[in-house]
Design a protein around this ligand. Structure first.
Ligand code: NIG
Ligand code: FE
Length: 427
């Protein structure tokens, strides 16, 4: 019995002051985002990595033979679903600390890009890096995310802008998915910037991606999603439509970096194409927001990027009041947002975007899962879902935004196994 079974994803977490279930198998829209379905004094049972029962401790523990399980006593602690960071660019070579100091002196993100820096800088370094180097860097970054309670992450390519490097990034993420506790959803973002040799011939670059790169990505099954940076001076709405329609015909689901710096109508395009999410949305129009609410395209908001670029925050309150499903994600990348900090994300969403603590938790769990099409298998503590959970060192989810900028995740559980235990580390 015992050890073998115990290490096999059989786990009971009992006596949680709050078992924050986020119950549901679909994205939560508008006012639904406020209900976290909290069970006081709750217990969850995970078997073979899958959640088998969820309820009040007294009921669940009655007649349960605990000998086949590892048992965690979560007395005075809140237990939540593992967080889903549904928008990151975590595979890249090199850093851009120098550009950050230029921005502190008043240069804008787009100015730096227009002068040949920005994404192009990271492209150069990523092209030079070997797959193994990208994997080593990626592993360290995933470890950091895991310690913040992230159990599923989306990662984008987009620092290659050519066949070989885009593929190298996606394969590196696939290898990491197999090797690391965090599950990785991959996105092909070949249209992240215009490479130097195509400047002035953006249409030609889109055709290159469609002819040479997209088919390889799709046939080798290297990505679930296709994304594009639809932005003034990068790719137009028409160019975005052209690439994304082709991606859809290859079976990829669609995402868009939409209305981030300039209002372009990227939000409307996301709705028109049935994108699974539209991301950033700092300048999304009222009409675009109302249409997202009607169609169910998830509005993925990235407040750490707005903070870091000193741009206005997306209108989260207006979106939720109009019935949108809002997800929150870090946008971790070496340029606009060099941060994977979940605590900072919670604080910015609540303090600056008018989201409640409940809405923010929904946005980082079930709605993050929905932005990845995984709402049936992760994002809530429901029977049949993966046993992915975080245990806080405090009795309530309300401490997440309240403890500003500080990690209050004590343990992280992935498929019923303890993968982070900060108590142990501290000895
Ligand atoms: O989401 N806006 C485009 N892409 C990223 C930034 C990438 C970078 O600067 O390296 C973003 O902000
Ligand atoms: Fe991004």
């Amino acid at each position: 019995m015992g050890d073998e079974l115990k290490s096999n994803g059989n786990l009971i977490i009992k006596n949680a002051a709050e078992l924050v279930t986020c119950r549901g198998f679909a994205a939560k829209k508008g006012s639904e985002m406020s209900n976290l379905h909290v069970i006081p004094d709750g217990t969850i049972v995970i078997e073979d990595g899958i959640i088998r029962s969820v309820g009040r401790t007294a009921e669940i523990m009655r007649n349960l033979d605990v000998s086949h399980y590892e048992v965690i006593d979560a007395l005075d602690r809140a237990v939540l679903p593992g967080f889903v960071d549904s928008h990151t660019h975590f595979i890249f070579g090199g850093y851009r600390a120098e550009e950050f100091s230029w921005r502190l002196q008043g240069m804008s993100y787009m100015d730096i890009m227009a002068q040949g820096g920005g994404i192009a800088n990271t492209v150069e370094a990523t092209r030079k890096a070997t797959k193994e180097e990208l994997i080593d860097l990626g592993k360290k970054r995933l470890d950091s995310m895991l310690a913040f309670g992230v159990t599923t992450v989306e990662g984008k390519s987009g620092y290659g802008l050519d066949h070989d490097t885009e593929i190298k990034q996606l394969v590196a993420m696939g290898d990491l998915d197999a090797a690391h506790p965090i599950d990785i959803a991959r996105t092909f973002l070949g249209a992240h910037a215009v490479p130097g040799d195509y400047r002035g011939n953006e249409d030609g670059f889109i055709e290159y991606l469609i002819q040479e790169v997209l088919p390889a990505v799709a046939h080798k099954n290297l990505a679930e999603f296709c994304d594009i940076f639809c932005e003034k001076g990068v790719f137009s709405v028409n160019q975005s439509r052209r690439l994304l329609e082709n991606a859809r015909s290859f079976g990829l689901q669609l995402k868009i970096h939409a209305d981030e710096i300039t209002p372009m109508g990227g939000t409307e395009l996301a709705v028109e194409l049935g994108a699974i999410s539209a991301d950033h949305l700092l300048h999304a129009s009222d009409n675009g927001i109302q249409r997202m609410a009607q169609t169910g395209t998830v509005a993925t908001l990235l407040p750490i990027t707005a903070f870091s670029l000193k741009e206005p925050y997306a209108r989260a309150r207006f979106m939720i009041d109009n019935g949108c499903a809002v997800a929150l994600a870090t946008d971790f990348n070496p340029g606009s947002c060099f941060s994977e900090s979940i605590p900072l994300l919670f604080s910015l969403a609540t303090i600056y975007m008018g989201m409640t603590s409940e809405e923010s938790v929904t946005a980082l769990t079930i709605n993050g899962a929905a932005a990845l099409g995984r709402e049936k298998s992760i994002g809530s503590l429901d029977v049949g879902k993966k046993g992915d959970a975080v245990i806080l060192e405090f009795p309530s989810y309300r401490y997440l935004p309240y403890h500003i900028g500080v990690n209050c995740v004590e343990k992280v559980i992935k498929k019923g196994r303890i993968v982070v235990d900060r108590n142990k580390k501290r000895g």
